[in-house]
Design a protein around this ligand. Sequence first.
Ligand SMILES: [Fe+2]
Ligand SMILES: [Fe+2]
Length: 473
Amino acid sequence: MTSTADYTEKIPNNVSLHEDRRLQRALESWQPNFLTWWQTMGPTLPTQDVYLRTAVNVGREGWAQFGHVPMPEYRWGIFLAERDPGRRVGFGEHKGEPVWAKVPGEYRSELQRLIVIQGDTEPASVEQQRNLGATAPSLYDLRNLFQVNVEEGRHLWAMVYLLHAYFGREGREEAEELLHRNSGSEDSPRILGAFNEETPDWLSFFMFTYFTDRDGKYQLGTLKESAFDPLSRTCEFMLKEEAHHMMVGTTGIDRVVQRTVEVMHEHDTDDVAGLGAIPLSVIQKYLNFHYSVSLDLFGGETSTNVANYYTAGLKGRWLEDRRKDDHQLTSDSIMVDSLSEDGKIGQTEVSALVGLNTDLRREYISDCQSGVKRWNRILDEAGLTQRLKLPHIAFNRKVGAFAGIEASPDGEQLHAQEWQRRSRDWLPTDVDKTYVRSLMQPVHERGKIAAWIAPPRNGINGQPFDYDYVHLI
Ligand SMILES: [Fe+2]
Ligand SMILES: [Fe+2]
């Protein structure tokens, strides 16, 4: 197999799709449904073309090309990282055995479920972000939004390929369902809570790409370890694209904080609402919200399902091969968050296998810290004493040990009444949201930018900020 994509095919791919006519036909019949979904549920802002990155190769160098592309003609394709013929299972009871090129019968339904859950998040985020183009702060940001959108569309393709290629009729039905469920829908919502929340403004978008896309990065990281080799190779390549989404979130919040700091200095006040910038307190509230709903995505502190996935080799840990243990964990333990018998926030010891969700969530949390550090550096360099911070793990949780209690961002346990009274200081209120939305006036002029956000330090692919990233209609 070569790593170069075949672009002569209707569906660009590096999996020699033409050698399997049945599969090719099945995917070609799914393709028009995907395009209908893109047209009806994808970006609403009409555009002529967008300066987009398209994956053309999975190799280390030169894996993508850049150019102006009409979005409906984007070449969504199927790309798997190159196969390592010597790859062996890295963990669990099959550790050391050759990886699987096919789905073992006994793990079929579990693998299908994992792929469906991952697959469901990809189109969900496109749906959540569909109206943002109308209020983009610059053509540069507009282009980044669309880049994220087309790549999430490609990630859907990646999961649909696996379903079609390895899971027979049931897989094909699941692939259809991925287009039928919709974010926020009453009748058939997306599977996970955070993917049914709105992304109504660009501050939410940057928080989403920072916190929620980062959850995706960690989920993909565990699936990249899978003994089911096609899943592993698919996720490895998706992670490469995902890095850009993280960059959009990280630098997006950088730029919001930067601009706020400038306006605070200019007017010598913290109260920049009304001055066209977003107050630090509002940024903190948005951060609190997006971080806490993203923590929920990792599931309960303990899970026997996840323990079984690990033992079976379906889903590993983040950076499994860097862990210095036996990669089987049958006799290890871990402290996980829990409520004590008298209902207090605490920790309890469980077997390491059962606590794998906690392990992954902790990896994620320490990664999230790096962004906060970087935004605080901007505040520090501006000579300000205010700081942003991640709220306590028990804050605003709907899943896991702390779902039934209320806690402040500092981890102080609160009675329901007190929470009612004080939560408006910690989560975006209608007033905050209305204010942020009022700032979302589109700037679609080349080289211009909205007043609530600083321009980026660098453009895309070496192009300047004032490049014509998007041609509108
Ligand atoms: Fe994705
Ligand atoms: Fe993403």
